[in-house]
Ligand binder design. Sequence first.
Ligand code: VGL
Ligand code: ZN
Length: 202
Amino acid sequence: MRALVIIDLQNDFIPGGSLAVPGGDEIVPIINELQNKFDLVIATQDWHPSNHSSFAENHPGKREFEIIKLNGIDQKLWPVHCVQNLKGAEFHPDLNSKKIEAIFRKGTDKNIDSYSGFYDNAHLKSTGLSGYFKDKGVTSLYFCGLAAEYCVYFSIIDALKEGFKAVLIEDATRAISKEDFKKAKKETLRAGGKIKTTSDLD
Ligand code: VGL
Ligand code: ZN
């Protein structure tokens, strides 16, 4: 059985939001259409407390997009985004959420960032997403959403590590950096993932 995973389709990642991904709005109608091809659809939501350690403003003297060491691992510092219960953390208003059976939230621990929908960046804490799919007999996961080279990419890598087949739906994602997305696609293929477009899917 297969499932569609919609990653972080939230206002702050859409043009006009605080961490806008270029063209992020263009994928909303594509993802709405895509959902009709799946019996199971779930979504993830980046869901940070306002004192989250991935926010540059919580590190006086540091700049946005600078990389620091946080508890021993590299952390890129982001503009404040997806703060719990604020507008920026809500799904894009045009996203059809009727078929979304479950929402997995991540990034809730102030001390560690969480790009993947499965684990935090240090792989210390699971969101339960892997067990959820295994319990339902899901074997193949199809990924779309934002941002292509961060949360979508790291979710795919974790999905493969957890033993799922993983497919990136390339026309249903957008990247912050085209260069970094190129690298992420190469890595995705190297790790055993596949890359398709919506028109390849039946
Ligand atoms: C994301 C940066 C910070 C994402 C989340 O959803 O790709 N990127 N937090
Ligand atoms: Zn975040």
